[in-house]
Each structure stands twice: as C-alpha cells, then as structure tokens.
Design a protein around this ligand. Structure first.
Ligand code: NAP
Length: 263
C-alpha cells in the first residue's frame, strides 16, 4: 500500500533499505568495505539507509559512503539523547555527516521523546528534517509508541518485524495504517538468527533464492510495511537483499508457509 507519509519522500513502495547497526561501526581503515556495501546496494536499487548515534561510528561511516549520492539517498537516522541540549549536539553532527539534511529523523527507542518533538518540528519547518519518526525494538514499549503515534506529531515509525517478532501486528500496524504513517521494519532477518542454515527445498522450488530473499519478501508483502532495512557488512548480501525488494509478492498462504519453514 502506498504510504501517505512516505509518498512525499519519493520512496517507491515497498522498498529495501540498508541498516547499519554494528556493521558500519568500523574504523576509517575499513571505510572501503562500507563504501562497497553501499555501492552494491544502490546499484541493485536501494536508496534508503538507516543509522543512529547509538551505533558508534556508523553515521560517520555511512555519511562518507553515500557522499557522492547524497541527493538521491533517503537518510533515516535517530536522536538518542536524554535532553534537548544533548540532542542538538547529535543533530549538528548529523548535519555534518549528511550534508545539512536528515530525511527521516526518528526518536530512538522513544528516549525522552517529549523533550525532542518541539525542536525537531522547528527543524522540520526550517527544512533540515524531512519526516519525524519514532522507534522501539521492544513490544513492552508499544503502549508508549501508540501514544506518540496518536499525538499526530510523527509521520513514521520503526518496529521489529519478521516471522518470530510479530507483536506489531496486533495494534501498531493497524494503527499506522489508520493514521497513514510510514512503517520501517527493523530486524527483518531476526538480527541474523533467521538466515542461518540452508534454504528449505520447498522454498527454493517456489523461486526464492535464499532465506534472506524469502524473509524480506515475507516482510514487505504485508501491505502495512513500507521499508525493510536489513543490515549487512557483505557486498554479496547487500546485492541479494536489495534484489529481494521486487515482486512477485507472497500471498497469505505462502506467507504462512515461509513463516513456518523459517521461524
Ligand atoms: N531500536 C531501533 O531503532 C533499532 C533496533 C534494532 C535495529 N534497528 C535498525 O534495523 C537494522 C536491521 O536490524 P539488525 O541489524 O538488528 O538485524 P537484521 O538486519 O535482521 O540482520 C542483520 C544480520 O543479518 C546478516 N545478513 C544480512 N543479509 C544477509 C544475507 N543476505 N544472508 C545472510 N545473512 C545476512 C548480517 O550479517 P552479514 O554482515 O554477514 O551480512 C547481520 O548479521 C539495524 O541495522 C538498524 O539500522 C533499529
């Protein structure tokens, strides 16, 4: 389903993005690895990236890796700070990393979200932020996430979504759909736990090329999810993941089959 919020960013839907947790927290001497992952991803069609100040050097690494392609990249990152003052420092660093603009600025894990929305909205008006969002990795925080969503002050959310983490299906995804919010799925490969092992023959015969391919198609075939952001440190994975972002999409019976074989 076309997202009302993401429609404005030019993101076609559904879309594979590139996560950066752990894999982009690397020293300058390994910058080339990140450059290659980004190039492979972009050549295969990805245009959206996700990071956070919580991920060590990841934002810095990412900023360098996309620098030649900034105008064509949707940069999602986060604010992870206990106060507006601390957040401002993070934001100014991001202005340096990402050429004076963050396309989707999310409150990471809802940390002190009430302290951030005022200044984030001011930056949105100034044009240094595109859309506002909020993330949480833990379903125990979904009541609070629901409050943020209902505040009408965010246009996007980021939640875990894969065949073993489906809590968002209960209230968060229906609410996001009702409110027209963009939805980014974190951990689409279960932080790597769901891609271990061979691809079951049943799925290979149905045309899937890898477990990651089946999982990403499973994720994006829920019409309420607009972007899935697998993280990788490997060029061949980046290429394969990006390629999973086009149909044909599994229908409900096939989604159930994928979930039962890959959970
Ligand atoms: N609270 C939050 O806001 C929050 C929390 C968690 C995550 N996130 C975001 O969501 C992103 C994704 O989540 P995640 O990184 O936790 O987990 P994930 O994307 O589900 O899994 C990443 C793992 O899968 C492996 N992998 C990737 N592609 C593969 C492929 N084609 N075949 C085999 N293995 C593959 C990667 O290892 P290789 O390097 O070997 O490919 C990596 O270990 C994060 O990077 C971050 O941007 C946000």
């Amino acid at each position: 389903m076309e997202s009302r919020a993401f429609g404005a960013t030019g993101l076609g839907v559904p879309v594979i993005g590139l996560g950066t947790w752990q894999v982009f927290d690397i020293g300058l001497e390994r910058q080339e690895t990140a450059d290659d992952v980004v190039s492979a991803s972009f050549e295969a069609g990805t245009r959206m990236v996700d990071s956070s100040p919580m991920y060590g050097r990841a934002e810095q690494t990412l900023g360098k890796a996309i620098s030649g392609e900034r105008d064509d990249t949707i940069v999602a990152t986060k604010i992870w700070a206990n106060s507006a003052e601390q957040a401002r420092v993070q934001f100014e660093s991001q202005m340096g990393f990402f050429d004076d603009r963050v396309d989707i600025e999310q409150v990471h894990n809802l940390v002190a979200w009430r302290s951030h929305l005022d200044w984030m909205e001011e930056e949105q008006e100034r044009g240094r932020i595109g859309l506002l969002g909020a993330t949480h990795y833990n379903p125990s925080a979904f009541d609070e996430l629901e409050k943020v969503m209902r505040s009408g002050r965010v246009q996007a959310i980021q939640i875990p979504y894969n065949p073993v983490e489906r809590d968002a299906e209960q209230r968060i995804l229906p609410l996001a759909q009702e409110l027209g919010l963009g939805v980014i799925a974190m951990r689409p490969l279960g932080a790597g736990s769901l891609v271990a092992g061979p691809l079951p023959d049943d799925l290979r015969m149905l045309g899937f090329i890898s477990r990651a391919d089946a999982l990403l198609k499973w994720c994006l075939s829920d019409a309420r999810i607009h972007v899935a952001i697998p993280a990788t440190s490997k060029v061949e994975h980046a290429r394969g993941n990006a390629a999973a972002g086009s149909g044909p999409w599994p229908d409900d019976p096939l989604r159930r089959r994928i979930a039962s074989l890959l959970s």
